[in-house]
Design a protein around this ligand. Structure first.
Ligand code: GLU
Length: 472
């Protein structure tokens, strides 16, 4: 890395879909590293794949990153000294730098149609050779007739890079030393005949011009790195430090996919995971805290992050762990915060006042905020099914109803006192008394503390529900 220069890292998503766990984790590691070192975090949109890139995906990516709280210092929406930060707006740069390589004799024009390149590839494979192209092979297409044809059709030749035939050694901060033997890569396209740059080329032009010092990304890009290093060397630019983190696997050990459930930031948000839970969870997919701490705030992550602690082994995505982390982060919320987080998930009109009563009673049971309609329905709806009305139950709950009616100040203490008195002469055993009362009030075997339920529902509603049972 360039001595003494500030850390500059980037997240460079292609806007072709939702922000998935892998991408979000890459963004997070870069963000944490920048914040830890006082460097810059840059967002660059890699939208040169015209068929797959869509503006709506770019907007979604941006809002998912913002929701996670990974703010960037330079990017398409905030600008910066090395813009534009959208590849589709950097065409001229790609063309002029390709020209420089042509002038240096390190790149050349190719007038082949994409189908012809495909044929060439198949021919090489059929001959049992690796599909590596050489200048000799590719320049055979550059006949005067073909050039005229291109001109007549308004086409431009593709530009290929003349890959130096030598060994490359990459000192990856995660993988260690990675050797690419001479001849492991052939010549490759920088610009396609439609004028668009290839990923490897645009990536180097951008990372180079944007003065990126460290490239942390998924190891699906490890094999591209040799091409990228060759390009840095061709331009005489300093090569950034590379760190390739392992792919994320599902709990069954296969590559993480839709089959494993929710895997995009958007889905996590919709299910009611807090951004701090998602960040906490992502950080531990391929990195670990020096003291093995698991529940960490964003600030703690920033303080303790280092690229030396990125792990080599694949990380396993465990949705149970995410749920656990979310419940831990939810528990840390104060009541006010919890009320505003809960509101959009409750699914009905409810006063803040009432929510402030309900939420403390169920707080410890929330793993996803999307469980709230289910966890809170008992406070809004009377049970649809009631327990069996045995003569003992009728006698006991008639007594309870009468005793509760006399309670003036409706609080836990007074309700307990009533329970005690009624229980003394009740025909039901303690366990049956409480379980049946729970069923009478909520229609369910489980839920918040019974006493909390009574207190929150209020006297009138409790009496009405017991009365409903007696009349059923
Ligand atoms: N646009 C590339 C991707 O989303 C970026 C890879 C990189 O970080 O160089 O995979």
């Amino acid at each position: 890395m360039m001595e003494g220069s500030e850390v500059r890292v980037r997240f460079a998503p292609s806007p072709t879909g939702y922000l998935h766990v892998g991408g979000a984790r890459t963004a997070l590691f870069n963000y944490l590293f920048a914040r830890k070192t006082g460097g810059k975090f840059i967002l660059r949109i890699e939208d040169t794949d015209l068929e797959r890139s869509e503006k709506i995906f770019e907007e979604q990516l941006i809002s998912a990153l913002r929701w996670l709280g990974l703010d960037w210092d330079e990017g398409p929406d905030v600008g910066g000294p090395y813009g534009p930060y959208r590849q589709s707006e950097r065409q001229e740069l790609y063309h002029s730098y390709a020209q420089k390589l042509i002038e240096k004799g390190m790149a050349y024009e190719v007038y082949a149609y994409p189908e012809e390149i495909e044929e060439l590839r198949e021919k090489l494979l059929a001959e049992g050779k690796a599909p590596h192209y050489t200048r000799e092979m590719l320049e055979t297409y550059n006949t005067p007739e073909r050039k005229k044809e291109y001109e007549a059709k308004g086409l431009r030749p593709a530009i290929y890079f003349s890959m130096p035939r030598k060994d490359y050694v990459i000192d990856d901060v995660v993988k260690g030393e990675v050797v690419f033997k001479e001849g492991s890569v052939g010549d490759f396209a920088l610009l396609r005949s439609n004028g668009m740059p290839t990923y490897n080329y645009a990536c180097v032009i951008d990372d180079g011009l944007m003065k990126i010092t460290h490239v942390l990304r998924g190891d699906d890009h490890l094999s591209n790195t040799v091409k990228q290093v060759a390009l840095y060397e061709a331009f005489g630019w300093p090569v950034p430090v590379f760190g390739h983190v392992s792919m994320i696997l599902g709990p069954d050990g296969s590559k993480l996919s839709k089959r494993h459930g929710a895997t995009s930031v958007e889905e996590f948000k919709a299910r009611g995971y807090l951004p701090e839970s998602v960040i906490n969870f992502l950080a531990l997919l391929g990195w670990s805290h020096p003291e093995g701490k698991e529940i960490l705030t964003k600030d703690e992550l920033i303080q303790s992050f280092s690229i030396e602690r990125l792990v080599k082994n694949p990380a396993i995505f465990n949705p149970d762990k995410l749920r656990w982390m979310n419940s831990e982060h939810i528990r840390k919320k104060d009541l006010k915060e919890l009320v505003s987080l809960a509101k959009p998930f409750i699914g009905r009109d409810v006063s803040e006042n009432y929510l402030e009563k309900i939420l403390p009673a169920i707080k410890d049971r929330i793993e996803e905020l999307s469980q709230l309609p289910e966890l809170t329905s008992l406070f809004f709806e009377r049970p649809s099914e009631l327990p069996e009305k045995t003569p003992e139950a009728v006698e006991t709950y008639e007594a309870l109803l009468n005793a509760l009616e006399t309670v003036e100040e409706w609080n836990k203490e007074n309700i307990y006192a009533v329970f005690k008195t009624v229980m003394k002469s009740a025909k039901l055993k303690g366990k049956d008394f409480y379980m049946t009362l729970r069923l009478v009030l909520t229609g369910r075997h489980e839920g918040p503390e019974l006493i909390d339920i009574l207190e929150i529902l209020g006297k009138e509603e409790v009496l009405a529900r017991i009365d409903n049972f007696l009349k059923s």
